[in-house]
Write a protein that binds this ligand. Structure first.
Ligand code: NAP
Length: 286
């Protein structure tokens, strides 16, 4: 079984970003800049945000963290986002989700400029994406496409099954696979006999958010399995996915592990997208 090593792919992609950042710096006198807005004191969210900043800096980009207490009002948050939209030195704006309950995510996503949306979450960015004219593509599915591409796996003509229909993973994943000429089935919690669908697939992307949901008996021999699930993210916990990876060796053709599969490529794609947005704005192709 080929292990689809997202950590390795991530290293390759990040190395390719360094000269791009240098080139951008030479032509503009500054480096691509990701502004990250975080509200409240959720420990895991603060760790994610710090990791994003570290990742930016490792490829020569810059990242500023705008941390605000949960008491911030919607107007204050909206004003901050408008300020970042107007700041010519900011290329990407990321609001760490979820937000505290009194704040509207929809309102936030209505304000962030699509030209500065590296997560492809704003309604305009999503519209462009599903119209087949992406400004950038959502990080997790785009990262998965990069992994497949790195290993020379073409999905054209494949029967692909995506398990999960969230806005950030399942739906955009199905769309990207379809755009790459796979025949796609999208499954969810109301799907009857999930295994009947996954078993006929050449490629299965599992993003159900249910630990150890699928194993060997759910895949056909020689299939390709991508596990998006992430469980046990707390301190000292063992990270696992939606798939029982240890059952797959000798049965499937290729599979991505957790950890070390999709996760590292999500953050790397965020860097790629921020760099791309910076380049597009600088060359006024946006
Ligand atoms: P989500 O918003 O909770 O969506 C889960 C989806 O899976 C829903 O569409 C749900 O169906 C479906 N589902 C749930 N149980 C199912 C079952 N038993 N059979 C079939 N479908 C089922 O989750 P998400 O944000 O897409 O994330 C999914 C997983 O990926 C989570 O573990 C998350 O932590 C992880 N994740 C990882 C990364 C990464 O970078 N590695 C990035 C994002 C997310 P309904 O629509 O019918 O409810």
């Amino acid at each position: 079984m080929l292990v689809l090593n997202g950590k390795e792919v991530s290293k390759v992609v990040r190395a390719s970003l360094i000269p791009r950042v240098e080139k951008f710096k030479l032509s503009t006198g500054r480096v691509p800049h990701l502004a990250v807005v975080i509200v409240g004191d959720d420990v895991a969210s603060h760790v994610y945000v710090k990791n994003k900043k570290k990742a930016c800096e490792a490829v020569g980009m810059t990242s500023t963290i705008h941390a605000h207490p949960a008491s911030i009002t919607q107007k204050e948050l909206n004003d901050l986002l408008k300020k970042l939209n107007a700041d010519n030195g900011v290329d990407g704006i990321l609001v760490q989700l979820p937000l505290p309950k009194h704040l509207s995510t929809d309102e936030v996503l209505g304000i962030i400029s699509p030209e500065k949306d590296p997560d492809c979450l704003t309604f305009k960015s999503v519209g462009y994406f599903f119209a087949g004219k992406p400004i950038v593509s959502p990080c997790t599915p785009a990262g998965i496409m990069s992994i497949l591409n790195h290993y020379g796996i073409s999905v054209a003509g494949m029967n692909a099954v995506v398990v999960g229909r969230s806005n950030i993973v399942g739906k955009p994943m199905a769309h990207m696979l379809m755009e790459a000429n796979a025949t796609v089935t999208l499954c969810h919690s109301k799907t009857k006999n999930l295994s009947v669908h996954t078993k006929q697939a050449d490629l299965v992307v599992v993003a159900a958010g249910k630990a150890h949901l699928l194993g060997k008996e759910d895949f056909k021999q020689g299939a390709i399995v991508i596990d998006v699930g992430m469980h046990g993210t707390g301190q000292g916990q063992k990270l696992t996915g939606d798939v029982r990876f240890e059952e797959l060796n000798g049965w499937v053709q290729a599979a991505s592990p957790v950890p070390g599969g999709v996760g590292p490529m999500t953050i790397t794609t965020l860097l790629q997208n921020t760099c791309l947005l910076a380049e597009k704005r600088a060359s006024q192709t946006l």
